[in-house]
Design a binder for this molecule. Structure first.
Ligand SMILES: CC(C)(COP(=O)(O)OP(=O)(O)OC[C@H]1O[C@@H](n2cnc3c(N)ncnc32)[C@H](O)[C@@H]1OP(=O)(O)O)[C@@H](O)C(=O)NCCC(=O)NCCS
Length: 143
């Protein structure tokens, strides 16, 4: 399964928005704000592909003090629990390390906390709400 860095506003980026919309936003009755997407031009956009079809994605956003945030992790519904999320996670961590970041942070949706714990992320602080649902900040030091 090829993994690639995606260019902002490319054909692959539009596939990424569609996947994120399907998996992360529509189920909550939410949609992307165009301003939010414009801000992603400086992010590292990552896609997992099956031939030309995007089947999983995530992105990295610089957050200061040597940290970056992993965001928008999503795998195509029919292909979840087959190792695609794990492959994306390892790829994203390697990129973050290569770029010199020493800490990865995320706002993890409550049902996904167990997934991130598998990779050594730990909860930091109390539950909070974002996009209408409970989340936790999760953190890992990259070695
Ligand atoms: C969460 C998500 C990205 C995981 O991707 P995936 O491809 O399904 O996960 P994988 O198959 O790579 O799973 C890797 C390991 O984590 C486990 N796992 C996967 N999802 C899990 C979950 N929600 N809770 C606990 N463990 C989970 C798997 O069982 C597997 O464990 P194993 O190594 O012991 O077999 C994917 O299920 C998804 O897109 N979910 C909906 C969107 C979402 O919640 N995104 C996260 C936003 S913070």
């Amino acid at each position: 399964m090829p993994l690639k860095i995606i260019e902002h506003n490319s054909k692959e980026y539009h596939q990424m928005i569609n996947l994120r919309d399907e998996i992360l936003r529509k189920p909550l009755g939410l949609y992307f704000d165009p301003e939010e997407l414009i801000r992603e031009k400086d992010d590292i956009l990552i896609g997992a592909f099956e031939e030309d079809r995007l089947i999983g994605c995530c992105l990295l956003t610089r957050s200061g003090n040597g940290s970056c945030r992993l965001r928008q992790m999503a795998v195509s519904r029919q292909l979840q629990k087959k190792g695609i999320g794990a492959t994306l996670m390892n790829f994203a961590e390697n990129i973050a390390r290569d770029k010199g970041y020493h800490t990865l942070i995320m706002h993890a949706r409550k049902p996904a906390v167990g997934f991130y714990q598998k990779f050594g992320y730990v909860i930091s602080g109390d539950e909070f709400y974002e996009v209408t649902i409970p989340h936790y900040v999760m953190v890992k030091k990259l070695r």
